[in-house]
Design a protein around this ligand. Structure first.
Ligand code: AR6
Length: 173
């Protein structure tokens, strides 16, 4: 079964088949990890994104990685946290599920995720971490093609939240 690794660092530097971008509905770039990915990939990434016609919240679309070490970028759009009663948890789970599904369909074996929605979109990181770890684990149980999933956390607090969520899920089994 595929393995999950929680690491701290910059996702644009990670050498995997695909990195996931926490984008917005336009797919035309922004701040945070989205800005960092577009800067590192170069302007060709934006050119390809312009042809995609945006992306709905919870869905995912794939492009090439251009100047990134990763061959592909999977762009997903996390929910904006509005207090927890606007389907935010289900939509965040869909981001992970649909990104992994798209990766599997494209023969991707190693993939790296940022902490979707927990920056500008203000999703509480402890809740987001539990949802992410649960969806990734469930996917790996049912799908043999993905070998390694990296959660790339940018700061210490985020790393801690994902480590705790990972521990909780594995203790339950
Ligand atoms: N590598 C890994 N993680 C990073 C990096 C990096 N280089 N840079 C930031 N993070 P955010 P969101 C972390 O705001 O909440 C954009 O403008 C960051 O510390 O990037 O889904 C989009 O265009 C945080 O833990 O994404 C959207 O409009 C996490 O990535 C909106 O922000 C996510 O923070 C999406 O908001």
């Amino acid at each position: 079964m595929g393995q999950v690794y929680i690491i701290q660092g910059d996702i644009t530097k990670v050498e995997v088949d695909a990195i996931v971008n926490a984008a917005n509905n336009t797919l035309l770039g922004g701040g945070g990890v989205d800005g960092a990915i577009h800067r590192a990939a170069g302007p060709e990434l934006l050119e390809e994104c312009r042809k995609l016609n945006g992306c709905e919240t919870g869905q995912a679309k794939i492009t090439k990685g251009y100047k990134l070490p990763a061959k592909y970028v999977i762009h997903t759009v996390g929910p904006i946290w509005r207090g927890g009663h606007k389907n935010e948890e289900q939509l965040l789970a869909s981001c992970y599920r649909n990104s992994l599904q798209l990766a599997a369909e494209n023969g991707i074996k190693t993939i790296a995720f940022p902490s979707i929605s927990t920056g500008a979109y203000r999703f509480p990181v402890n809740r987001a971490a539990k949802i992410a770890m649960l969806e990734i684990s469930k996917f790996l149980e049912d799908n043999d093609s993905i070998e390694k999933v990296y959660m790339v956390c940018f700061d210490e607090g985020t790393t801690q939240a994902y480590n705790e969520a990972f521990k909780e899920i594995n203790e339950k089994e």
